[in-house]
Design a protein around this ligand. Sequence first.
Ligand code: LR7
Ligand code: MN
Length: 589
Amino acid sequence: CFFTSVTWSILLFLYFSLGQDSQVSLHHVPVQGPQSHRLQPRYTRGPGVQQRRDRNKGAAGGHREGGKGGTNAWKAADLSPEMGMIFNEQDQEVRDMGYHKHAFNVLISNRLGYHRDLPDTRNDKCKERSYPIALPAASVVICFFNEALSALLRTVHSVLDRTPAYLLHEIILVDDNSELADLKEDLDTYLQQHLKGKVKLVRNEKREGLIRGRMIGASHATGEVLVFLDSHCEVNEAWLQPLLAPIKENRHTVVCPVIDIISADTLVYSPSPIVRGGFNWGLHFKWDPVPAAELSGPDAPFRSPTMAGGLFAMDRRYFNELGQYDSGMDIWGGENLEISFRIWMCGGQLLIIPCSRVGHIFRKRRPYGSPGGQDTMAHNSLRLAHVWMDDYKEQYFALRPELRNRDYGDIGERVALRKRLQCHSFKWYLDNIYPEMQLSARNKPQQPVFVNKGMKRPTVLQKGRLRSLLADKCLVAQGRPTQKGGAVVVRECDPLDREQEWSYDEEHELILAGLLCLDMSEIRSSDPPRLMKCHGSGGSQQWTLGKSNRLYQVSVGQCLAVLDPLSPKGYVGMAICDGSRAQQWQLEG
Ligand code: LR7
Ligand code: MN
């Protein structure tokens, strides 16, 4: 058994008596340091997580330290779909620039501030587990490029707020030569004023990418264990102890928390189902169901063939012995499979720890490229295929024939590392660690990322025509209701016309004639709404039928309005919610 002796009460006592951030002795040392698609698990249909209201700590937003009290009007515990409401041009600017630069709703992120309550997403059994009191202390390494300050600082503060001080050796931020001038200045100022001595900042003189960036961070670390996090995470209740305990037990164990979902549109935090990491022959990471034989309980660690990449803990000496990362890999991509293969093939093991929960903002696109515009995912995948996959690299080339003769740089050192560590063959890895992997996946349909009850259509709450109280007309498709991307307008109501019928469901989707969803463009919030395939992840298709009959759009933060009630064209658009009659709608059956 991993977890022995000491009870939660002792841990809690230590947690409070040592103080949460008061004991961390670190230095603020500015040091000059030397593609594909992500598979976002499509298993939650929007939010729906009960927010906890029972704690004062961190309940309010605002730029405070320590998380006590606060009077900010935007209470995280009250996180509502209207958190992103746009009141003026400045809000609009923050929202639109935020999506442009960071691909998530920065307006909401800023309003949340640097501390907030999170729903405790662990299984109840986790709360009864006990961990050794003596655990190795962690250096938390967070590498970032052009991150939104509020997301970065919420990551940092969530660690300070939810980690017993005696287990937190240090936090190291690696600024990967971010280009946003404001970010640099504001971060410097904030660290000086609020986190002096608690957070170490390392600045790369040139853009290194997240792989070399993390290696640089790790080289500055002195804690016994390294914990890597993306720069838009929030760690949850008692997240660290369950990660450290298995490492203490066996220092060749690498562990990942369950990665909970923070919605990019609403910042709502919701639990992830229990899944494990796999990959396909295109060398893309994917989530797989956990085979029953691997799962011994809802709170028990289980083996995972691969890691998603961003969030894991590893003994620092072991990280070095195992060859850190491949420093020939650039910017983004592939390093997660590379380190996963290396861990398993060279004598370690990789576990997912269901009692450790860390939220991550899942974006729909990556808001940055590589400096030279190269496809670094392909470059990095080629390197890992040539070093680790033996003849199985042919499976990759079968899917990517154009890469067969592509240059991938010198891999001599990595090949030597594999030899020195006397690692198993890739066949051994497939046979023993990932037997679900099929050969020549090319001829097989892609497995669904993850199928659970979340995929079923949500329950319809209300059905009927959507009538504008000002125009006394109904919202309909401008063309055919089957046409993706088609606009909507108001026309004469016809109670017999099924093509005027909207369904409003529990996920707050508005579906016309049972076919397409009313949708807003993420990038250009000034575009009028349109009909799109329902994607089931809230945000751009999430509407609330609110008080005073307004129809509020969650990711845009505005209300649906009739633009010119007298014009026969019947145009509608989004506008700042003002309660006017042009913004009043009734769903009538
Ligand atoms: O040039 C860069 N320099 C950086 O410092 C590019 C990125 N970064 C930083 C960036 O600011 C962020 O903090 O590196 C971190 C990861 O970049 P993301 O957030 O753009 O990556 P991602 O979340 O889309 O991608 C996942 O796969 C990557 C492959 O290289 C990394 O391993 C990411 O850490 C990883 N993220 C996760 O595992 C979180 C869960 C996602 C899933 C599934
Ligand atoms: Mn990320």
